[in-house]
Write a protein of this length. Structure first.
Length: 226
């Protein structure tokens, strides 16, 4: 079972998603997504309570949001990070990491990290575009790069960084009825964030998609509704 780093309290808030519109199915297809990224759309990312207060700028980073083209529909390829990592240990995330000096842009960072973490070949990825940068509480300004992954391809985890690789149907993650808002409290503060628990096939457990990954997926939902 994939376990969260902590068990946050679920919040009974109005925006859990049951009253929000669903994404039209035709937009959850390769052609539908290609069309979305060629349009000039007016939309606003989901508000976040993360503010950067440290000296200097947040560190630049990028992730690849890999949308695998399957006969049954698009699926999002996700990883569970290894427990010993200093940043986001044990969490479900997209392949990605900080930008290196040799990276030409965010796309180069995302593709390089996907190759290093899960051995995903760049030539199997059709880049569609990018979503607005996402600021994390750990001090990264992350550019989510969206791409279609065309089979055949193979993935293999770099066990120093990745504990598991799995896929979740895009339709599940883009259904607002599956979006939760949770609360983390600690002495002196609290933080609300999205989560999207996905039942793990063949078990009684779930993959706990939350935090920055869920926040970027929520922005993708907003983008697809624009």
């Amino acid at each position: 079972m994939i376990r969260p780093v902590f068990e946050p309290e679920a919040l009974p808030v109005e925006s859990t998603g049951a009253d929000l519109p669903i994404v039209p199915p035709e937009r959850l297809t390769p052609d539908g997504l290609r069309a979305r990224f060629t349009q000039r759309l007016v939309w606003a990312p989901e508000p976040t309570d993360v503010n950067w207060r440290e000296p200097g700028d947040p560190r630049a980073a990028a992730v690849l949001m890999p949308l695998v083209v399957r006969d049954e529909g698009l699926a999002v390829l996700l990883t569970q990070r290894a427990d010993h990592l200093s940043d986001h240990a044990g969490q479900v995330s997209f392949p990605g990491g900080r930008r290196e000096p040799e990276d030409e842009n965010a796309i180069a960072t995302a593709l390089r990290e996907a190759q290093e973490e899960v051995s995903l070949a760049a030539e199997r990825v059709e880049i569609l575009g990018a979503l607005p940068d996402y600021l994390t509480g750990t001090g990264f300004r992350v550019t989510p790069v969206v791409g279609l992954v065309h089979p055949p391809f193979a993935v293999e985890a770099d066990t120093l960084e990745v504990a598991d690789i799995f896929e979740v149907p895009l339709a599940f993650l883009m259904d607002p009825a599956n979006h939760e808002v949770r609360l983390l409290r600690w002495e002196g503060g609290e933080r609300r964030f999205f989560s999207m628990p996905y039942p793990r096939p063949g078990t009684s457990g779930h993959y706990f998609v939350w935090g920055a990954t869920a926040g970027m997926l929520r922005n993708f939902y907003r983008f697809l509704l624009a």
